[in-house]
Design a protein around this ligand. Sequence first.
Ligand code: ADP
Ligand code: MG
Length: 694
Amino acid sequence: MINVPELFGSMVFNEHVMRERLPRDIFKALQNTMKTGKAISSEVADVIANTMKDWAIEKGATHYTHWFQPMTGVTAEKHDSFIQPADGGVIMNFSGKQLIKGEPDASSFPSGGLRSTFEARGYTAWDPTSYAFVKDSVLYIPTAFISYSGQVLDKKTPLLRSMDALNKAALRVLKLFGKTPSRVTPAVGPEQEYFLIPRELYKQRPDLIITGRTLFGARPPKGQELDDHYFGHIKTRVLEYMEDLDKELWKLGILAKTRHNEVAPAQHELAPIYSTVNIATDHNQLTMAVMRKVAKKHDLVCLLHEKPFAGVNGSGKHNNWSMSTSDGENLLEPGKDLKNNLQFMLFLAATIKAVDEHQDLLRISVASAGNDHRLGANEAPPAIISMFLGDEITDLLETLAADREYSNHVGNKLSTGVDSVPIIYEDTTDRNRTSPFAFTGNKFEFRSLGSSLNIACPNIMINAAVADVLNGFASTLEKVAPEDFKSAVLALIKKEYVAHRRIVFNGDNYSDAWKEEAARRGLLNLKSTPEALALYDTPQNVAMFKRLKIYTDEEVRARKDILLENYCKIINIEALTMYDITIKQILPAAVRFSTELADNVAKLTALGVEVSAQRETLGSVASLITAIYRSAQKLSDIQIEVKNEQDLQKSADLCYSKVFATMQELRTHCDMLETLMPKDLWPFPTYGDLLLYV
Ligand code: ADP
Ligand code: MG
């Protein structure tokens, strides 16, 4: 039996370990840094580094790494051993300087032109708000990654900046309500979906190995039609994997809490207990890495791609977001007394306005080649951003907007006078699973994220958008005399709700009627990644990021370029892989089959046997061979066209409108062929093999 409390965090250099091992004054200095963000002296850093190293060696570490999150989305690390020559042998050494600042040769990380190659190096700086940990005999030091000229090259730094912006703005508003907590922090609980498939079958699928998704595959005879997988009995092999995964995550101090089967066959979900957003981000990145690693031990492969299988539900990540004060108050908790209710309504109105004004940024933050397969495909929220508030809150806001009398669902009749804003009960009614941004009682659930996404980016956008609106609210309300405060707040809530209620939609987001309605309301519908990214650096967006000191103009543009480039690269790799598999595996198999059929037809006809079925199949296979060949050539020609396009945005647009479209065309022919071919001649495992036999 495992002792979970003892196991939990056993590989983490956490507060408990620091308190136990660091001298009192050093511990206090570090605590102070973690709270205020002030720098620590080199003497203090030396003591911490040495203590950290001794602890890490006890946990089996031989190396350390500055662990950071470059703009490509994965995490990066370069290992250095602790060894230092001494007396003909070595000692284990780790200095304060090495702890605080590392200098990876980062010239090949994308910088979007921020860092010219002659000054290729950037440095990583320790983020003491996220604990160091030991994994695979390496001490991991969570860090931010910055270029020598000071521009940010990672996702962690802007995330920390956005948290700071939100903190400042929320404190301004809270002060007006007579509250002075020392900090407001956003918290996130990311629910992570994934697929598990047998490793031996994975190895036979070059598309999965190279691109993370299947580029071919006809639907299995049994998909998710029966809905018997969702929350269903977990198979032994999967359960053993989940148990192992939980253990590994607990050791790293990750609050793995919920595990269950998801909608599609072979699909599962893991949810942690929520934590401060920068910790949640680190932990989610780690969770994905550990998921992959543990799968290997069980002869499985963990697929984190948004759409590993066409025609089967894809994988997402729900970002549950809230903000709370250092006094433990959740600002999105409706609360039980009227005063708090007014404050809640104001923070709610701020979020509504933020989402409406920054639909583009929210959409951009979840845009990727992989996620393009999901958004709008009736399995994930659509590409149109809208909010679900539930009937009760919507009714209340509508009543306020119309100056009507309010009667809540419990039957309480109340007028909308200042002192009688009604108590709102947590919405326990059916949660709308189709909404991209849903209020779920005391938090918002942003549901458009793809499963492989680094959650930093969407949270930067949410924090920034809400912070910006709160600053505006504070500026308005700071001018109001105390005796008029309540009525001014109510008036502000009303005004902003009326201005932004078009973003609220409680109905079915998958329906075509909503697409038409959203267009009438003037909401954005950015269908593809290139279309969304085009709006990243609009003057309003750049101005907001600058105002909040999250990104400079250059940094916004660099990010846009990196994302566009990354999109083109992914589509290009997929197209090349597809072409290769078509020419080297699928067409030869089809030719073999048609030759067999032709021989059979010739032999049987000579014997006077009726062969119309074979003839018909032969005809279908032959015309598919032609269609496949044509589409493959077309794909190859279009890629040349894309290569010749110098403009990044135009390149990305072409990748979507032409390359991707032709890939779909080629796939349709190949999948059709698969349904006609005998199993032993088809060159790789089918969807049925991959999905139904774990
Ligand atoms: P669901 O019905 O979507 O599964 P849960 O209540 O199980 O919702 O929570 C899903 C995730 O939301 C979990 O990671 C949970 O820790 C997180 N969560 C719960 N409360 C909050 C909150 N106040 N702020 C942020 N995340 C939260
Ligand atoms: Mg959820």
